[in-house]
Write a protein that binds this ligand. Structure first.
Ligand code: S3P
Ligand code: PEP
Length: 449
């Protein structure tokens, strides 16, 4: 069964200003989808800027197991020879999605409407995460799921031999659930409809359209409605993956918190379903300039110039939650270093990520001397003001890359160093994090296994 490697103890400490250019890797969500849609297309898809994080590498392996041919030509440069919609072969082995909720949930969706079975597993974090949110809607297509109690991995999905199209209102704000339903709808006849009350990241819709599917979106009284015409022939594409705003968040927040810093983060996706953190930081007083705004690979991108700023706490608009869902851990670090209180409501989805991120951040921040209030759906951070967070703790990361990187950012701005018990999960989404942060002048080190 999947593990996540040996723990890597890491520590960060205060140093001089951060400066230079931070070229963060390709977007994780788009990288997964480029491989998956490439595998479901006819012909050879060519991807540049692919994130070579473990989550995406696990999806690449899975696509091979379902019959696609996936090749690496050079750094971030990959090809996928697809099998076409409905062409997935039955994998001979268990599909191990490692740490990746996106990987497992999207892949379950794409095989659910084919007459094949597949068994999925993942690491100790992924095996705790709920899969019922995907197995419920794919059952409507005719697929069956046999998993552990609570809808947990390992789990076998028996795809529908004779799928029917589905109309589904997502019960939670989740792009993974929306995408799983749309991907299942590809191999069903007729129209599959997804309605989401809160719009979530729209990469699946944008990319399906780019690969030739007939897909429309409209705002209706019931919510944001997406209609997909089933059984299209998807055609191979060239996909240029923009840089990941969720990874950019770490150098951006570090530069805002370390006095005297001035950095440039080029080519970061500014897709409005992903840019919530940058808007929130600006509301807190951050000096972020959006330069050279343009479109690359069908996504709006900009170069971000970020300078050290004295920040103040705010009530974060809850309607912005979906557009910054993965950024709350590092936002709570920024909030701890800001003056005044930051209130984050509408964030219950954080409890079912790689870890319970509300709990992980609350416990670690408390250990670093910050006062926190929380309930099921809320995190409130009482900011201590610039330079006033004591730090000096070892924070538990619970096999969660974003928790690890967030506390390492905190250590750059706190009085005493901050350690994390395990930085190894950082490789799932941001394998060059340490080198990139070192290049900016950040003091982050490994302190032993
Ligand atoms: O669809 C995607 O690529 C993702 C959707 C989000 O998850 P949910 O769908 O669970 O909100 C996000 O947290 C995850 O990092 C990536
Ligand atoms: C939640 C995340 O990823 P996933 O759900 O794909 O594991 C994340 O990267 O923050």
């Amino acid at each position: 069964m999947s593990g996540h490697g040996d723990p890597i103890l890491m520590k960060s400490r205060k140093g001089g200003p951060l400066s230079g250019v931070a070229e963060v890797p390709g977007d994780k969500s788009i990288s997964h989808r480029a491989l998956i849609l490439g595998a479901l297309s006819v012909g050879q898809t060519e991807v540049t800027g692919l994130l070579e994080g473990q989550d995406v590498l696990d999806t690449a392996k899975a696509m091979e197991a379902f019959g696609a041919t996936v090749k690496r030509l050079g750094p971030g440069h990959w090809t996928v020879d697809g099998v076409g919609v409905g062409g997935f072969a039955e994998p001979e082995q268990v599909i191990d999605c490692g740490n990746s909720g996106t990987g497992v949930r999207l892949i379950m969706g794409c095989m659910a409407s084919s007459p094949i079975s597949a068994t999925f597993t993942g690491d100790a974090s992924l095996r705790k995460r709920p899969m019922g949110r995907v197995t419920d809607p794919i059952a409507l297509f005719g697929a069956r799921a046999y998993g552990r109690k609570g809808g947990r991995l390992p789990m076998t999905i028996v795809g529908a031999a004779d799928p029917v199209p589905v109309s589904y209102v997502t019960p939670m704000a989740s792009a993974q659930v929306k995408s799983a339903v749309l991907l299942a709808g590809l191999n069903a006849p007729g129209q599959t409809v997804v309605i989401e009350k809160t719009p979530t990241r729209d990469h699946t819709e944008r990319m399906l359209r780019g690969f030739g599917a007939e897909i429309t979106t409209e705002d209706t009284p019931e919510g944001h409605k997406i209609t997909l015409q089933g059984q299209p022939e998807l055609r191979a594409q060239k996909v240029a993956v923009p840089r990941d705003p969720s990874s950019a968040a770490f150098p951006v927040c570090a530069a805002l918190l370390v006095p005297g810093s001035d950095i440039l983060v080029p080519g970061v996706s500014q897709n409005p379903t992903r840019n919530g953190l940058f808007l929130t930081l600006r509301d807190m007083g951050a000096d972020i300039e959006f330069l050279n705004e343009r479109t690359e690979g069908g996504e709006p991108v900009a170069d971000l110039r970020v300078r050290y700023s004295e920040l103040h706490g705010i009530e974060v608009p809850p309607e912005r939650a979906a557009a910054q869902i993965d950024e709350y851990p590092v936002l709570s670090v920024v909030a701890a270093c800001a003056t005044g209180t930051t209130v984050m409501r509408g964030v219950h989805e954080l409890r079912v990520k790689e870890s319970d991120r509300i709990d992980a951040m609350a416990r670690g921040l408390e250990a670093c001397g910050v006062r926190i209030e929380e309930d099921e759906d809320t995190l409130i951070v009482h900011g201590m003001g610039p330079g006033n967070v004591p730090g000096g703790a070892t924070c538990q990361t619970h096999i969660d890359h974003r928790i690890a990187m967030s506390f390492l950012v905190l250590g750059l701005a706190s009085q005493k160093p901050v350690a994390v018990d395990d930085g190894s999960p950082i490789a799932t989404s941001f394998p060059v994090f340490e080198a990139l942060m070192a290049g900016l002048g950040a003091q982050i080190e490994r302190t032993g296994a």
